[in-house]
Design a protein around this ligand. Structure first.
Ligand code: HEM
Length: 404
């Protein structure tokens, strides 16, 4: 608690002194002006908080792929506090453990598996819209975008109906784990949610050990039997799928729909040609990235971008800012669903931790935007959005809309 208060005061103080990174860490409704302030300080600068910060696409991409940087300290120590073995996911591991666990998880996201999930996503999208009061208006996040990814993840993990309420509640509550920096009140809430998910996964692993199916948990239990990973690592894999795969995708659908409704000419383009839906996905990921930054630690002294970073230096790559780097993207502040960029954005990070669920997220976004424009061509915003203000995630809590 005392450590939190000290860190929090330090961030507030440095923010008050005008440090753009400290201001970003406080969480902002609109981070884009601050991103430009970071960019103006050069490709890599030392913030007043002692963290190196970059908004540069080429450099960010390079650091994410550079083996001299890891997600933990060189001695394996964590940078952020651990919440339980659920937090033991490979997102926060370095080689060789990261490589072993990631390799084991890759088949769970194969193109064949992906093709199998698409009809399920289409079905869920349509079912969600069928249940809505289209005449009276609805909340695009609470009534639609929030339910789509979690329904898919439940199916993927094989979570049965009797665990549905607990799984959904704990999954939403655990999204805070992606923050890295949370208040004492949030820490308590987060701990309860993470413990709840741990209980669901432990129960499911026992059930699937006795009665295996085709789901991810059954596959993990089988791999455990072959000695390929431990129970705690299996739970970590389930945890990262549940946490990384839900809120982010909800935010992709919400941010993209808001950008489209704010620009009727873009909505009309999609309405005339629904095959532009993958373009909406890519442009939303670039222009209003659901995941805003990735942090790394130098495992040795590193000379990069004209700077010398001592071992243990923290580097924050502002991927959402890099996605608006004018050196890479023409007219970067313009939202254009027909943009055909040669260079990929960094919304899914880069290098060894490149988002494993990217094909799934892309497919879900594609289906969601197609279904919305097909079923609700007159969709319009009816009131102000309520934004989720966070340093690492960008999305909406409420988005009032009407279908006519
Ligand atoms: C729009 C949706 C999504 C976004 C923006 C997103 C973004 C990211 C980012 C930025 C990272 C890497 C963070 C870093 O380098 O520190 C990541 C990692 C990861 N994501 Fe996603 N993600 C999305 C959807 C999903 C989905 C649907 C799943 C699975 C169902 C998923 C599973 C993972 C996993 C397992 C990792 C860890 C990869 C590793 O460490 O090797 N993500 N994601």
């Amino acid at each position: 608690m005392e450590e939190y208060l000290q860190t929090s005061r330090f961030i507030w103080y440095m923010g008050a002194l005008g440090d753009p990174y400290a201001l970003l860490l406080r969480g902002q409704e609109d981070p884009y002006e601050l991103f430009e302030q970071v960019r103006a300080r050069g490709p890599l600068h030392l913030s007043r908080l002692g963290t190196w910060v970059s908004a540069d696409h080429a450099l960010g991409n390079k650091i994410l792929r550079d083996g001299r940087f890891g997600t933990r300290r060189a001695d394996g120590a964590r940078v952020a506090p651990q919440f339980s073995s659920l937090d033991d996911s490979f997102l926060k591991l370095d080689p060789p453990d990261h490589t072993r666990l990631r390799r084991l998880s890759i088949p769970l996201f194969s193109p064949k598996m992906m093709a199998g999930y698409r009809p399920h996503v289409e079905h869920v999208c349509n079912e969600l819209l069928d249940r809505l009061d289209l005449e009276g208006g609805f909340d695009l996040v609470q009534d639609f975008a929030k339910h789509l990814p979690i329904a898919l993840i439940r199916g993927l993990l094989g979570i049965p109906e009797e665990y549905r309420e607990k799984f959904d509640r704990c999954c939403h509550g655990s999204a805070l784990v992606l923050e890295g920096f949370v208040s004492p009140e949030q820490t308590e809430e987060l701990q309860l949610a993470v413990d709840g998910l741990y209980e669901v996964f432990s129960d499911m692993m026992e059930l699937r050990a006795a009665d295996p199916g085709e789901d991810v948990i059954s596959r993990l239990v089988a791999a455990e039997r072959e000695g390929l990973l431990t129970r705690s690592e299996s739970i970590g894999v389930c945890g990262i799928i549940a946490v990384a795969g839900t809120e982010t995708t909800t935010n992709l659908v919400a941010n993209g729909t808001l950008a489209l409704l704010d620009r009727p000419e873009q909505w009309d383009l999609l309405r005339e040609n629904p095959d532009l839906a993958p373009g909406v996905v890519e442009e939303t990921l670039r222009w209003d990235s659901p995941a805003q930054l990735a942090t790394r630690v130098a495992h040795a002294e590193v000379e990069i971008a004209g700077q010398t970073l001592p071992e243990g230096s923290l580097v924050a790559i502002l991927t959402a800012a890099a996605n608006r780097d004018p050196a890479v993207f023409k007219d970067p502040d313009v939202f254009d669903i027909t943009r055909n960029s040669k260079t990929e954005h960094l919304a899914f990070s880069g290098g060894p931790h490149y988002c494993l669920g990217a094909p799934l997220a892309r497919m879900e976004g594609d289906v969601a935007f197609r279904t919305l424009v097909d079923r609700l061509p007159q969709l319009r915003q009816t009131g102000p959005v309520d934004r989720w203000v966070s340093a690492s995630a960008r999305g909406l809590r409420h988005f009032p809309v009407a279908a006519r």
